[in-house]
Design a protein around this ligand. Structure first.
Ligand SMILES: Cc1cc2nc3c(=O)[nH]c(=O)nc-3n(C[C@H](O)[C@H](O)[C@H](O)COP(=O)(O)OP(=O)(O)OC[C@H]3O[C@@H](n4cnc5c(N)ncnc54)[C@H](O)[C@@H]3O)c2cc1C
Length: 454
């Protein structure tokens, strides 16, 4: 039985700031990525800057990188803890051609084909941007191309076929449909895989190495990164943004909020009550033995997710461990309760009954940012046009956050963003926001029932 010391995690709905000087979580990534690149350390005196970016995940790093590379603007990133300490350093590393949770069928019926095409182009550009940055010299343990979305029940195969048809018809995006037998013979033998749609241009990477790669590129181009400097208060004085950190104020002409699921409640009026931070949990097993790999016929290193409402996702890592993820606790105080890691291990073991003695080596969780309309929003946050945010990737932001950062850089440089719902609508407010967790609890119960019976 896997045991962890019980510690309380930062909870964005309860705590005023993500803290300071918190180390990386004891994740597989933090122990398999080598030493972090250096940065400019804490803010230790008052500073005047042109552009300040709060948060050093993919969004903030990409914004700084693109500002420097494409617009000759040298931004300052202000991060509470370490570079990519939030989701960007602790996710599952799936590069997917999507973001948010809204299906294309629903976008087409709500906004029409042209807007859906614009959104498809935007998420595709996100993947291309990531591909290009990796090709420019980021070593991040890239695995082979392939993302399998698997039907966890035979009744869900029709939905996958409809998805493949829509993608082909609307966007000329070719995917493959795999039968249960093909999955068993060529990928892995799981009792929960009844068919799949395969996306041939998605893949797995080491997410922390990827973030550090962006960091090094941004710094080389002239961006400055300050870590261990939480922004604890924010005032607008005479058209300037004054960000207070424990040892110095940063006064900026423009500010980008790149804090996603780690955004504290009541941080800025434009983000208040507009996201629901939800914990996603990951376990990584001990390396599988040859016998275990053979028992599961676990050939593929493609990334995999299922059709459940409460999704599970997994992949085989380069050293033959299985990374397996799903929903975590509801509140930060329960985040490190071993119950959640052990629950994932049970689901994994049930999916691969032929594999004996699966055991956990690493377990951690992180806050994803759910928006009410299932879309990210990249948006000006004040009337004067001095503040903007990008939030709400709904757990699907490894590639898109980079695109969002690029768009934020264009906004900062005074360019107009495409006319798409991502850019031309505010993050909607949650009604009865103080009951968001209750709603989440209700959704988890609905998901449990629907995943079991449908
Ligand atoms: C377990 C897990 C698995 C996931 N797997 C995938 C996946 O496989 N594929 C995928 O596409 N997406 C995945 N995601 C989601 C993806 O990781 C995120 O969408 C993406 O990393 C968001 O990047 P970001 O830069 O916007 O935010 P983050 O990386 O979360 O960065 C926000 C930063 O803001 C800082 N911050 C917050 N408040 C302050 C403050 N007041 N002052 C200073 N700094 C502050 C935080 O410390 C943090 O470092 C996963 C998420 C989790 C948690």
């Amino acid at each position: 039985m896997f045991l962890l010391t019980f510690i309380t995690m930062y909870d964005p709905l309860k705590d005023p700031s993500p803290g300071m000087e918190k180390p990386y979580p004891a994740s597989y990534w933090s122990e398999h990525s080598g030493p972090p690149p250096s940065n400019s350390g804490r803010v230790i005196k008052d500073m005047q800057v042109d552009v300040a970016i709060i948060g050093s995940g993919y969004t903030g790093l990409s914004c700084a990188l693109h500002l420097a590379r494409d617009h000759n603007i040298k931004a300052h990133i202000i991060e509470a803890n370490q570079t990519a300490w939030g989701c960007s350093g602790r996710n599952a590393g799936f590069i997917l051609k999507s973001t948010g949770r809204k299906a294309y069928s629903s976008m087409i019926s709500q906004w029409g084909n042209e807007t859906a095409q614009g959104i498809y182009n935007e998420v595709s550009e996100g993947v291309e941007t990531v591909n290009q940055l990796i090709a420019d010299g980021i070593e991040c343990d890239q695995q082979s191309n392939g993302y399998l979305r698997i039907a966890h029940k035979p009744s869900r195969i029709a939905e996958l076929k409809a998805q493949a048809k829509l993608l082909r018809k609307e966007f000329n995006y070719q995917t493959e449909i795999l039968s249960a037998g093909q999955i068993r013979a060529e990928y892995f033998d799981s009792k929960d895989a009844h068919g799949a749609i395969k996306f041939n241009d998605c893949y797995g990477i080491n997410p922390l190495k990827l973030a550090w790669g962006y960091q090094k590129m941004a710094q080389k181009l002239g961006a400055t990164i300050h870590t261990n400097s939480p922004v604890t208060e924010w005032e607008t004085i005479a058209n300037k943004q004054v960000l207070r950190t424990p040892q110095g104020n940063v006064t900026a002409n423009k500010v980008i909020i790149a804090t996603n699921g780690y955004t504290p409640n009541r941080f800025h009026f434009a983000t208040n009550n507009r996201t629901l931070p939800v914990l996603s949990q990951i376990i990584v097993t001990k390396p599988l033995t040859e016998a275990q790999i053979e028992a599961a016929n676990f050939i593929t290193d493609n990334v995999v997710m299922d059709t459940r409402a409460l999704k599970y996702y997994f992949r085989k890592l380069p050293d033959n461990r299985i990374l397996f993820g799903g929903r975590g606790a509801i509140s930060g105080k329960d985040a490190d309760d071993p119950y959640f890691a052990n629950r994932l291990l049970k689901v994994l073991s049930n999916s691969f009954p032929a594999v004996e003695e699966l055991a956990i080596d690493y377990s951690w969780s992180g806050w994803i940012s759910i928006s009410l309309d299932d879309l990210p929003h990249i948006r000006q946050a004040d009337e004067k046009g001095n503040v903007a945010y990008s939030l709400g990737y709904c757990g699907n932001g490894v590639s898109f956050a980079v695109q969002a950062g690029k768009r934020l850089a264009q906004w900062t440089a005074g360019q107009t963003l495409p006319y798409l719902p991502y850019f031309n609508t505010d993050l909607p407010k949650f009604p009865f926001a103080q009951f968001r967790r209750l709603g989440q609890w209700g959704y988890f119960h609905y998901g449990k029932v629907s995943d079991r019976w449908f």
